[in-house]
Design a protein around this ligand. Structure first.
Ligand SMILES: [Zn+2]
Length: 250
């Protein structure tokens, strides 16, 4: 069996990675509309991390740690199919993961996130870890890949990343097509909200507000496995580049 990631190694074998980068994928278990499994974010975070680590493995010591499959998803609870950590719990968990890795001798930690609700928490934790003398970085995969995804026309599929819309559905069709219930995809809907989420100037979350109208951000009419393959390759290469820059900087 091929040795994949941190958890497949003995403590002795892990010593070889102490001067390298440990990627910590952070996902969720949360509803993703009527047609996608609740583990979308966890599947994506883990698969991107493993592929980026593999791409880098000939150039630097790098491993993907076990994926955190719970995140801050309280804004999905009303739809069902969701297990959520409060934001203060998530911050504590991420901090404990970072502190444990540091105590085990790993010097460079890279939090790779796949869910909007986790993004700010990971960045705060990186600040706190630095105060403990630990070198860490945090990003969401769409942030590092944004320019390249936009150039490749990803916004034509829907919002990026959106939620259970054309973009995430494309990625899932390519990577885990057997888990996509295509016949149950959401009805067509005009999406009036801006597609370029990072460009929004003001963050607003109103009381009682969920995600989209029915737990998805945009319909999946433009989704395809071929697009998913293209997006996935862009994301893996951009994440690998970001990890390598972080490694060489310290
Ligand atoms: Zn998602």
């Amino acid at each position: 069996m091929e040795k994949i990631g941190f958890i497949a190694r003995t403590r002795g074998e892990l010593d070889a990675f102490k001067e390298g980068v440990i990627i910590i994928p952070t996902g969720t278990t949360e509803q993703h509309g009527p047609h996608l499994p609740v583990g979308v974010d966890s599947f994506l975070a883990e698969t991107i991390a493993l592929h980026a680590a593999k791409e880098l493995s000939t150039r630097l010591p790098v491993l993907a740690a076990p994926t955190l499959t719970y995140g801050n998803s309280h804004h999905h609870l009303s739809f069902g199919g969701t297990i959520s950590l409060r934001s203060e719990t998530l911050i504590a968990v991420l901090k404990d993961i970072g502190m444990s890795l540091a105590e085990s001798g790993f010097r460079k930690l890279f939090f790779l996130n796949s869910h909007g609700g986790n993004d700010e928490a990971a960045r705060l934790v990186v600040r706190d870890l630095a105060r403990e003398g630990i070198c860490a970085a945090a990003t969401s995969y769409w942030t590092v890949a944004w320019d390249a995804l936009k150039e490749a026309g990803a916004l034509d599929s829907g919002r990026v990343p959106g939620h259970a819309g054309g973009f995430e559905t494309s990625l899932m069709l390519y990577l885990y097509g057997e888990l996509v219930q295509w016949a149950n995809r959401p009805p067509l809907r005009e999406d009036a909200s801006p597609k370029e989420e990072p460009a929004r100037r003001l963050f607003v979350q109103l009381p009682g507000e969920g995600v989209g109208k029915d737990g998805y951000s945009d319909d999946a009419r433009h989704a395809s496995a071929a697009k998913g393959e293209q997006y996935f390759q862009i994301i893996v290469s951009q994440v690998a580049q970001a990890v390598e820059e972080f490694y060489r900087r310290i």
